[in-house]
Design a binder for this molecule. Structure first.
Ligand code: FRU
Length: 491
């Protein structure tokens, strides 16, 4: 196979030159953005040689999606990222149409293996096909296998698609076997996740189908991840074209399927299904196991539906979510921002059991860089409605309204400065637990990540609000007791 290094060198030169023109002020404080150009899915999230590596779908040359490269950044604490040179460019026959999403596996010999989807521009049927490729390297430079694509259409049983066959998440099993799960679309069962195994990472064999949409959860399952957590097995997928049902919104979503895994028989017994994020901008998450045993998830803080016409204010576009620690409590997947965030806390302001009714500002609680927890002490309270406004000035605000009687929260950014006629609100269950409801908001300039009740539900959204709109107010329809702890954030 003829490998032409020019596209990778070109991307590396370009990003090195262009990224120096963007000041740190134009970026969020702790959310990863691309050095320049466009970013989508997190890829190859791993711990390798003493630091976290995060690769991502990347098009350096414009702020829109284009021929997919893999960008690369490293971090010791998941919040302060350092750019590494672009890792992959579409420069072989096997990936001429793009290096799509995938994962990374540290190898026993000390090298790092990237497993990704190569898009072939005109396959057997003169149509784009997708197949899985391998590149191995030292954590900066990667050499693509001459055997690419190593896992392709010929490995698929009848009924599965060679056109929707992407996003391998690979790992090395305790038995020394390599495994990967990959998204596919079955003619009848629609979105599916398939499991493959390999003795060497190059020769793969089909093991079985882990689960499928069964026509309920979308039409193609992208970006699968599959891991054990707190006694359950978790399958995370990002379905395309979901119908709205129960708590699932229509369109591109993220879904966690919890169940039991019988590895010997390749049987996943699905028990419960829940949305991973209820916000407007979250998709294609991927997880890593940290050296201290935490399962940490990061997602693309955007969505295919909303990104298209989104304003391009910077020479970069899109950002990753905050990395989140996952756990299971009472059969639910729960999330909290990684504890490393505490290293960014500055100037903490606390109010304990204050009573609020009229729209109130609290001295010291203002800003767009904040980790703030608000606890509503709703027991024995006649108050049924609580309204929190953030990113507020005379024209703008983003509103979080809790209807305590209905156990519902409405996130609403319609007054957040958007000029676009797109969805700006989400309705999410938010019920008191033992008389309390807790809201933790992470604000990093143009984004809000809201963790309800210790992360039982999460609402992630970008906000286009001018940065000098930094007011925060609290109001209720009757006297309500609140506790507020606001940590300003700084590097
Ligand atoms: C998900 C996705 C993946 C694909 C990548 C292409 O957001 O569509 O399925 O690999 O983006 O950039």
């Amino acid at each position: 196979m003829n490998q032409n290094p020019a596209p990778l060198e070109r991307a590396r030169d370009y990003e090195r030159e262009q990224s120096t023109r963007i000041s740190a002020h134009e970026r969020p404080l702790f959310h990863l953005t691309p050095p320049v150009g466009w970013m989508n899915d997190p890829n190859g999230f791993c711990w390798y040689k003493g630091q976290y590596h995060l690769f991502y779908q990347y098009h350096p040359y414009s702020t829109s999606w284009g021929p997919m490269h893999w960008g690369h950044a490293v971090s010791k604490d998941l919040l302060r990222w350092i750019y590494e040179p672009c890792a992959l460019a579409p420069d072989t026959e096997a990936d001429a149409g793009g290096c799509f999403s995938g994962s990374a596996v540290p190898l026993p010999d000390g090298r790092l293996m990237l497993v990704y989807t190569g898009v072939q521009i005109a396959g057997t049927f003169r149509r784009e096909t997708q197949a899985q490729c391998v590149a191995i390297g030292d954590g900066v430079d990667f050499e693509k296998s001459r055997l690419n694509p190593v896992l392709h259409q010929a490995h698929l049983p009848e009924g599965y698609s060679a056109f929707d066959f992407r996003d391998p998440k690979a790992w090395l099993g305790e038995d020394g076997t390599y495994y990967l799960v990959v998204g596919n679309r079955h003619a009848q069962r629609m979105g599916t996740v398939l499991l493959f195994s390999s003795a060497d990472g190059l020769n793969w064999q089909f093991e079985g189908e882990i689960d499928s949409s069964r026509e309920e959860y979308g039409h193609m399952w992208e970006c699968p991840d599959f891991f054990p957590l707190d006694g359950k097995q978790v399958l995370i997928v990002s379905p395309q074209q979901m119908h709205a049902r129960e708590e699932f919104h229509a369109g591109y979503g993220t879904v966690a399927l919890l169940g039991a895994w019988d590895e010997a028989h390749c049987q996943f017994e699905r028990e419960t299904v829940q949305p991973v994020d209820h916000g407007l901008n979250f998709y294609a998450p991927q997880t890593v196991l940290s050296p201290d045993g935490r399962r940490i998830m990061i997602g693309w803080m955007d969505n295919w539906e909303t990104c298209k016409g989104a304003p391009r204010r910077h020479a970069w576009y899109a950002q990753m979510s905050v990395p989140r620690e996952l756990r299971i409590e009472k059969g639910r997947l729960m999330q909290r921002p990684v504890r490393e965030i505490e290293s960014l806390w500055q100037d903490t302001v606390s109010y304990s059991l204050i009573t609020v009714q009229e729209e109130t500002e609290l001295p010291g609680v203002r800003g767009r860089l904040m980790d703030m927890t608000v606890i509503l002490h709703a027991e024995a309270c006649v108050c049924r409605r609580f309204t929190l406004r953030v990113a507020k000035d005379a024209q703008h605000f983003v509103q979080i309204r809790c209807d305590l009687a209905r156990g519902e929260l409405v996130f609403d950014r319609s007054h957040g400065g958007s000029r676009r006629d797109i969805v700006h609100t989400r309705h999410v269950k938010a019920q008191e637990r033992d008389g309390q409801l807790s809201l933790r908001l992470l604000m990093d300039k143009e984004s809000i990540e809201l963790f309800i009740n210790e992360g039982e539900r999460v609402v992630t959204s970008l906000i286009p609000t001018p940065l000098d709109a930094d007011g925060i107010t609290f109001a209720a329809d009757a006297p309500l007791r609140l506790s507020v702890e606001a940590h300003h954030l700084g590097a």
